[in-house]
Design a protein around this ligand. Structure first.
Ligand SMILES: [Zn+2]
Length: 251
């Protein structure tokens, strides 16, 4: 398939719904109706939205705050940096609400002689899976403010914003969540045992929500170089930012 956008007709309003190769779930920008591309059928799971609280001028406040905060930044960053791009993008996520139970057996070596320990690790999560394949988005750093979510409403999406479609279906998202939770539990188990002999994780799925969340992708210029910053549009929190090194600032 070539990289040209294709379209299907929205089965709700009849408008063309654009999508790109690799996208599996598309949302109509005229009526907000969400369609499973392969079948052309309506998407039947919960589709939620987190609201963005900033316009293109207001977003400069959290940007400058981030530039001023912390010691690692050049002292004149907030003053000298020029914002070259401010893009609001609604990124698609799957939020997997689960109870995860890992039973394990391992060797505890911190006493002599070492002993075999068995145990159970039980946790509840709203585990976030980014519904895009290629991205360096810092999903684990993103503390998604779920309490603010509302049913998806296209009227709340700003005209200048971009809404990305999902490239990952529900089943694959669940599989990814499972793999990631297992890895996370193996990491946590290091507190209890030094060597893991066996571990098995079972998930009890409680709910799965498809969610669009507002993220600002900022590019700024400082002393002739470009840097990136990502800000959560719901809270104004900086998720990830390139910091020019102080040394660089002296050049
Ligand atoms: Zn429509």
């Amino acid at each position: 398939m070539d990289a040209v956008a294709q379209n299907i007709r929205c089965s709700h309003c009849g408008a063309p719904v654009e999508f790109k190769p690799g996208e599996l779930i598309a949302t109509c920008k005229y009526c907000g109706f969400t369609t499973v591309i392969e079948t052309g059928q309506a998407f039947t799971f919960d589709h939620s939205l987190l609201l963005n609280r900033f316009d293109q001028t207001q977003i400069e406040t959290p940007i400058r705050d981030w530039m001023r905060g912390g010691f690692l930044k050049p002292g004149d960053l907030a003053k000298k940096a020029k914002l070259s791009e401010k893009n609001l993008v609604y990124l698609p996520f799957w939020v997997v609400a689960v109870e995860a139970k890992t039973t394990y057996k391992g060797i505890f070596e911190r006493i002599t002689p070492a002993i075999v320990k068995e145990g159970k690790l039980e946790k509840e999560y709203s585990w976030l899976v980014l519904a895009r394949k290629a991205s360096d988005f810092p999903t684990r750093e993103y503390n998604v403010p779920l309490e603010g979510k509302i049913p998806f409403d296209f009227r709340k999406i700003e005209g200048f914003a971009k809404v990305l479609n999902s490239e990952i279906d529900r089943d694959y998202a669940l599989e990814l969540a499972k793999t990631q939770i297992e890895a996370h539990h193996r990491f946590l188990l290091q507190q209890d045992v030094d060597k893991i002999l066996e571990s098995k994780t079972e998930l009890n799925l409680k709910q799965m929500v498809y969610l669009h969340a507002p993220l600002w992708f900022i590019k700024y210029e400082y002393k002739g170089n470009l840097f990136q910053l990502i800000i959560d549009g719901a809270t104004g929190t900086a998720l990830k930012g390139d910091i020019p090194s102080a040394k660089f600032g002296l050049l």
